[in-house]
Every structure is written in C-alpha cells, then in structure tokens.
Design a binder for this molecule. Sequence first.
Ligand code: CTP
Ligand code: MG
Length: 229
Amino acid sequence: PHVAVIVVAAGSGTRLAAGAPKALVGIDGRSILRHALDGVFAAAPAQVIVVAPAGFEGDAETEVREAAGDRVDLARVVVGGDTRQESVAAGIAALWGDVRTVLVHDAARALTPPAQIDAVAAAVAEGTGIIPALPVIDTLKRVDGDSIVAPVDRSELAAAQTPQGFPRAALEAAYDAAAAAGIEYTDDAALFAAAGYTVRHIPGDARAFKITTPDDLDRARRLLAEAPA
Ligand code: CTP
Ligand code: MG
C-alpha cells in the first residue's frame, strides 16, 4: 500500500533510432511501454504515473488502459520534459493522495520482473533509497585517450537498474534541491544521495536490462520468444 510507480517514458530513443519515441516501439505485438506497464501492474502498486513524450499522451493513455484493465483509475498520464530529470520531476508533481513510497522506473527496462519492483518497494526505509544493481562482469580500465591509465577494481562497482525506490517526502526534497541548484544528475539515486540521504542496493536481474540500441531490442525479442512475459 501507499506505493506509487512513476514510469518515465518521455525519451526520444535517439540511439534506438526506430523512427518513433522509444517507449512506443513494438517488441513483439506489444510496445516497450506496454511491456513495462504489464510488469508494473503485476506488482500491484497503489498508483501509477506514466510520463509520456509531448504529443503522444493519447498513445500512452491507450497503453495504460490496456495494461491496467479495471485498475485504470490508479493511473495518470503526464507529459515529460527535455531531460530524464525533468520527466521524473513531472511525475513527482502528479502524485496524489497518501503515497509514502515512490518508485521511479525506466519504461525502457521493459522486461523487468514484477518481483524486482516488489523487492525495491519493500526495502525502502525512512531516509533510505534503494536501487537494484548487478555486479560488473567486464574487465574495466581507466583510459586517457588511447592510453590505459589504470585497472579498475570491479568489486567496488555495481551496474544500476530501475526501479529506484525512495521515501516520498525525501525524494521531493531532493528534487527541489536539485532544481534550485540547477544540477543535472545521472540518476535518481545520485540526486537523492547528493541531498544527504542514504542509498542501498539489492540484487538486480538480467531481465531488467535497458533497451537502448537495436541490439538490445533484438535481445528483448529473443527473450520474449523463449519465455513470454
Ligand atoms: N526519459 C524520459 N524523458 C527524457 C529522457 C528519458 O522520460 N527527457 C526516459 C526514457 O523514456 C527511458 C528512460 O528515461 O525510459 C531512460 O532513458 P534512455 O534509455 O536514455 O532513453 P532515451 O533518452 O529515450 O534514449 P536516447 O538517450 O538513446 O535518446
Ligand atoms: Mg537518454
């Protein structure tokens, strides 16, 4: 109860280059946004805010109706901004009622297991944000031009996923502080930590990968063909 999920879907999908906003691109018979929303509604949130690209609110409404079924009253569609941070801020501004925990989720992580959404929501505590993350498996180097400067100890690193979960009041305060300072952060966890709060991580899931490039879209298509959501 009291959990809202903000699904940010307002990006243009420059790297996917599919000729439409990324969230509305089809994976199988269903769009990236529809798959993301199927996962979100399977997690039984109290409220869902979909942040849509300007001019595509109607398309987003259609996806929401189909994913939500008889729970459509739990969902609202708002228009996003030029940056992900502005889009999340638009989602936060649209929260209503007595929401205590806010999850911010990338629509582009279309195949995220509902269990990951539930686990993040359950782990949020007062003053503490939660992100799902995976260990880094690549061998990483610090570089300067074409020179290798140093090895990087990957045991000190983790690859962040979404949803990222936060106590509502603290997240609102952190977003206000970022807007006042005019600082653009890489993700919500960085913005939240910059305001002085704690962030912890829980295990992520390979299926929560972000669809960024055409290869990623192919991967999502293969996964759905093997194990339909
Ligand atoms: N996003 C958003 N508003 C923006 C930018 C991004 O809501 N102004 C959302 C995207 O829709 C996506 C998530 O943030 O679900 C992660 O962003 P990313 O994968 O970078 O998507 P795009 O910005 O659309 O892709 P690209 O960077 O290739 O243009
Ligand atoms: Mg982007």
